[in-house]
Design a protein around this ligand. Structure first.
Ligand SMILES: [Zn+2]
Ligand SMILES: [Zn+2]
Length: 89
């Protein structure tokens, strides 16, 4: 049975979901990774834009070398933890 058909059956309740499905990626797998060069934190930037406007925001926003591989966004550490409710890396 191919995965698409299998998933459809699971959704329809025809097949019981096995506890461990190695072909399904775990959800909420947000991992910080170190990127090569620094970029501004997209979350801080958005907050600053709301507060200061686009022009100022770009200068005021601190840069980060960390990036969430799941969101594909540059995030400073504090934003990452706030956004993802993470307690530690
Ligand atoms: Zn930030
Ligand atoms: Zn993320």
């Amino acid at each position: 049975m191919d995965i698409t058909k299998f998933r459809k059956k699971v959704i329809e309740g025809l097949v019981e979901m096995p506890l461990q499905m190695d072909f399904m990626p775990a959800e909420n797998q947000h991992v910080l990774e170190e990127a090569g060069k620094k970029q501004i934190c997209s979350s801080c930037y958005r907050e600053n834009v709301a507060e200061l406007g686009r022009k100022l925001a770009k200068n005021r926003t601190s840069k980060t070398k960390f990036r969430c591989n799941e969101c594909s966004k540059f995030l400073c550490l504090s934003c990452f933890f706030v956004l993802h409710n993470a307690k530690s890396i």
